[in-house]
Every structure is written in C-alpha cells, then in structure tokens.
Ligand binder design. Structure first.
Ligand SMILES: [Zn+2]
Length: 470
C-alpha cells in the first residue's frame, strides 16, 4: 500500500516536472515581438534637440536606443519601420482630464446623466485622446477603474489611465455639485455615482479617501478652492482645514498614492504644499516665493493656460458671456494669473500639460486640446510644452509609487521605458502644429478624430495607427 502511494507521488512529480519543462520550452520558443524604427530623428522627452537614433522595441518595452544602426537577427515576429526621416517621440500625456464628465449641459447636464451615457461618453473620450497621440491620461475626477480595466485588457482603445476617482469636497466646496433644490447628497446623481464625495471633518475625509481606493484610485483629489464654473462660492474660498488635508495626505500614503488639490489662491497653495500635497491642479495665482517652495518640495503644477494666457476665452459661449455669473470670475482669473508665465519661466518648477476638458466631447474637445498645446508652446516655448506633454507628465505618473499600475518609465524614449511612441511628420520643437497645436480655439476649423501629421501611434508596443505610407 505504502509502495503504491510512493509510486503515485513519484508519477505526479515526474508529470509536474515534464509539464514545467514543456512550459519553459514553450516560453522560449515564442519569439519576442520586435519592432525596429530606423531613419528617424528622436525627441527623447528631455533633450532640446532631435537626435539621430535607431529605436528597438521588444514586446511592450523600448529595448535599445542607439546611435549605431541596429539590426535584428530574429526573423519571425519582426517589423522594421523606415521612419522616412520623421520625428520619433514619446506618446503624449494629458495630466488632467475628466473623461466621465464629457457630456454637455454644465452641472445640470452631469446631474441628469444616467451611468450608461456617462460611461460611454468616457469611453468615446478615451478613444479620441488615443487617436490624437495621447497614450497616457490622468483623470482627476469622476472616472473609476472600469474603463481602465477594459482598456488594459485590450477590449477598447484608449490611453493608460491614472485615476483620482471621486472628487473629495467639503460641503459647499468646489466639488459640491448639488443643485439648488437638492438638500442632501442622497438626492444627487453625481454623489450616488461617486463622481463626487462630500466629506466634512477628519473622520469623513478618511473614509472618503478609503472609499476612493475601493473605486481604483491611484491619486486622491481634494478641492481646496473655488472655480470659475462652481456655483457654491468664490474662487478665493479656502476649503478644508489643515487637519482634514493632513488626514487625506496620511491616508493616501498608506497606498503609496499622493494628494492632488484643485486650487488657485497663493496662500492656499503654500498651505497645502506644507501639508504634503504633491500636485497643484491649476494654481495660476501662485507667487514666485510659493513656486520656489513647490520646486523645493518636488511637487507638480498642472495649469490651465487657455483661459489665462490668451483672450480666446472671451469667445467661449458661457465664460465669454458678459451677463453670466462666470464672467467676473473669468476676469478675476485673468487678473490674478497675469504673472504666472513670468514666474514659471523664472522658477522652472515641474509643470505638466493639462487640458481639463469638461462638458464637451468630439470637435469642441479637440479644439480645446489643440489650443492648449499651442498656448503652452507660445508662452513657455515648444521644448517646455513638449517636456510637459512627455517626460514631466511621466515623472508625475511615477509619483504613484507602489500604487502605479504602469511601473516602467513613461514619457521618454529610453531603454526600459514603455513602448509608447509617435512618429510625427515635422519637427515639433520648431512647429507645435505638427502635434496638433492650433492658434485658434472656437474658430478653429473642426477636425475629425486623429491628427494627420501624427503618422504612427504605438502604445505598449502595439501599433494603433500607421499612415506612414499614405
Ligand atoms: Zn479638473
């Protein structure tokens, strides 16, 4: 009996061993997917010139970036792309989006949207951003991890997603989107769908942060000031106490995440930086002293330049309407932001590209994105705009530490980074229009999905667009 049991154990052992050998053999015999880019000029995300390089992609990572011409010995599963002397650059990163809030109609429009409409509009946005060459997007409120899971499983096209999930706001804060007739969050669609979470006091903030983690957050978003569009108070309103913000920072740290704050006023920016907030969303009223503090802390700023560094905003149907309640706030925004460009140029903190598009999808959303690129490049220079769109966005993405769903480098063309790559017809260091920049906003000619001068879009080693020979 004992012998039989030993024999049985032995045969199981041999079978397991054989299976593992077969498994190893199978892994070895599947050739890596190789893509070699030759005849390209590389913008690597950090250098202010184009470099003549060959770029080798193995599966989903960049395996080699070489001054010497590279060749491939492997014969199966190899694609060699002659870039015809065009620019190869990292896929772009939009560091402040709201995909789930892309339906129209302002606050009432959001409040009256059913979950299915919201989700499908979010998915359409994700497709649109990727088609424009954005291979990563940082969603700063409203999007849970459902779409990311579907995108990452390869079932729908879209960028990599970093998520803040529900926006956490105090009652009467910028994220309190209850309509006048709604007296309780339970009556609010946006609260029920957890686009927003209202939290007052340390215990409620702690609970809200923990709830955001359940929704798939990598970032915690808190509202610390008012805004142009918010109906619950002025732009300068200071929101959340030091104690509440500290709770959010500490609780975020338990997941290696960080806190991002919606904020404009300089005093509040200083306050939150000293409490450990690592990203300033908007922040255009920042003074030079506070910008230096931000740099010292290694924090990031994601400004919205379209409304402050140009007068195009006055063509906006709502913000440009002199009779609207928003108009004086737009004026206040412009007045308080007038030194912003000068300060950023002087202090040079970490600054990222942020479209912050809400309430639109399709054509107007593209126009806004394109204009934001142009206004960034026009005011801070093409190199600064490109860095913001690539390597600095990548550094901000990496701040999520162990909570990072994409742990390799993003926004750079270097060995070991994710193979998120664009081939662009033209040199974006000289001409921002080749990546979609447009000097007009509302009057810009409407365009369909995708930018014709972006010839190849690769994300995670997979080619989503190739019009190189068209
Ligand atoms: Zn926003």
């Amino acid at each position: 009996m004992k012998t039989m049991k030993t024999m049985k154990n032995l045969s199981i052992f041999i079978l397991t061993l054989l299976l593992s050998i077969v498994n190893v053999y199978a892994q070895k015999s599947t050739p890596k997917k190789i893509v070699l880019f030759t005849n390209v000029m590389v913008f690597d995300g950090t250098t202010n010139k184009l470099l003549k390089r060959d770029v080798l992609v193995e599966d989903n990572l960049i395996a080699n970036v070489s001054e010497e011409a590279l060749s491939v010995i492997q014969t199966d599963n190899v694609t060699i792309i002659d870039g015809q002397g065009m620019t190869l650059m990292p896929g772009m990163i939009d560091s402040h989006v709201h995909f789930n809030l892309s339906m129209g109609g302002g606050r009432p429009g959001m409040e009256s949207s059913r979950w299915d409409y919201m989700a499908v509009m979010g998915a359409a946005s994700a497709q649109d951003w990727l088609a424009d060459g954005f291979t990563t997007a940082r969603d700063l409120g409203g999007m849970h991890d459902g779409l990311r899971r579907v995108i990452d499983a390869g079932m729908i096209d879209g960028p990599r997603m970093y998520l803040a999930t529900a926006m956490i706001s105090q009652t009467s804060g910028h994220g309190d989107m209850l309509l006048d007739g709604q007296t309780d969050p339970n009556q609010s669609n946006l609260a029920r769908l957890e686009v927003i979470q209202l939290a007052d006091g340390e215990d409620e903030v702690r609970k809200a942060v923990r709830r955001s983690f359940s929704l798939g957050a990598n970032i915690i978003k808190i509202m610390v000031g008012g805004g142009v569009a918010g109906a619950k108070g002025p732009i300068w309103a200071s929101q959340f106490t030091d104690e509440e913000i500290t709770v959010a920072v500490k609780e975020a740290a338990t997941r290696d995440a960080y806190v991002a704050a919606h904020i404009y006023s300089d005093e509040d920016i200083k306050r939150v930086l000293n409490l450990g907030v690592m990203s300033i969303e908007h922040g255009q009223f920042i003074t030079e002293e506070t910008a230096k503090l931000m740099k010292e802390k290694g924090a990031f700023i994601s400004p919205y330049l379209a409304s402050v560094a140009s007068d195009e905003i006055f063509k906006h149907p709502i913000f440009g309407n002199k009779d609207g309640f928003e108009y004086p706030r737009v004026m206040e925004m412009k007045e308080n932001s007038k030194n912003f460009i000068k300060i950023i140029k002087k202090v040079q903190p970490n600054i990222v590209y942020s479209s912050d598009i809400v309430n639109t999808n399709g054509t107007p959303s593209r126009q806004q994105r394109d204009f934001e690129k142009w206004v960034f490049a026009e005011n801070l220079g093409n190199f600064e705009a490109l860095k913001a769109l690539t390597s600095t966005g990548g550094k901000l993405a990496a701040m999520t530490g162990r909570a990072n769903p994409y742990p390799n480098k993003l926004g750079v063309i270097e060995e070991g980074a994710y193979a998120d790559i664009l081939i662009v017809d033209g040199n974006p260091l000289k001409d921002i229009t080749v990546i979609g920049g447009n000097p007009e906003w509302f009057t810009a000619a409407p365009r369909g999905r995708g930018i014709s001068t972006i010839k190849i879009i690769m994300k995670d080693g997979k080619i989503y667009k190739n019009t190189l020979n068209n």
